[in-house]
Design a protein around this ligand. Sequence first.
Ligand code: HEC
Length: 305
Amino acid sequence: MPTTNLKFLSTVMWDARETTRDANSTDCIYGTAVCFSPVSFDLSTQSNHATLGHAEALRELTQEERDAIVAFELGLFTAQIYDKKAGELTAEKGRGGPKKLVKQDYYFGINDTLVGDYKTLVPFNPDVMSLYDSWSRYTSHHSDQTKRARAAIARGEDLFNRKPIQITGVSGINDDLGVAVLPGTCTTCHNTPNSGNHSTPMPLNIGIADESRRTPDMPLYTLQNKATGEIVKSTDPGRALITGKWKDIGRFKGPILRAVASRPPYFHDGSAANLAEVVEFYNNRFSMGLTTQEKADLVAFLATL
Ligand code: HEC
């Protein structure tokens, strides 16, 4: 994942290994505005760990050096500005591109799916993406090719916000909440407005590390629960490697989706080569019943982020 758009982070690293505070920590009153995760603190410790680890430095970074790295990181914003078919993503009141993204509001717990917005207490709004609302006035019958492409992007945005998904078998949701089926949409998990990550730490197992998806270039871990004897095979234990908890096996964070087109392959293990494969994964995993047109619209939308 690129080191940009970090302003929107609630969770640092795929398995949250650099996330020091979460919604359950003592200095955070769950469901209130007190829950401001200091992402700058997490990025600061991360910069030091990466310097000592990856870069094998012989001394720790000074506070001043860490602050400089964090200031640099938090100033980087990346988003698509132009689409081959739809043209400028800011045309006709389109709100794509990095300039609008810089101004996008974010704070820890914004638009939280379960308890509502931590600051305003407004209930969760599934319309997480609102970049191309103004393009919904175009239709697929428009004589202008550019406007037809904009119509597809607007339809894709609407599908992302609203297309029903019966969320089942997701560790981190169905088990933790004790519900067999949670009716939702893409934005149940990707809830941060116009960013698409999760606005609080919420590592989930959507099945990416399942044995059934393993290709020969991946490892396979066989894990046994000491208490129950249960055995799970996974290509990446994910969050469980950090917490040591059985329930965290295969859980990963939902990443920021802006500029997603610029960084294939997708998912933590790179197992989806392109955005069409990502959409196909969800269509199969949750039996969404997407039509060919809907798949194409979703891909067209994701490609403009
Ligand atoms: C149940 C929660 C959930 C739902 C519903 C969900 N996602 Fe995700 N999404 C995740 C998680 C978690 C990841 C990271 C998974 C991993 O890599 O192990 C992810 C990853 C992604 C990625 C990969 C980004 C990258 O940088 O690799 C894309 C793109 C994406 N989701 C799009 C969608 C779309 C489109 C939908 C609706 C069709 C959707 N998601 C529905 C939780 C969800």
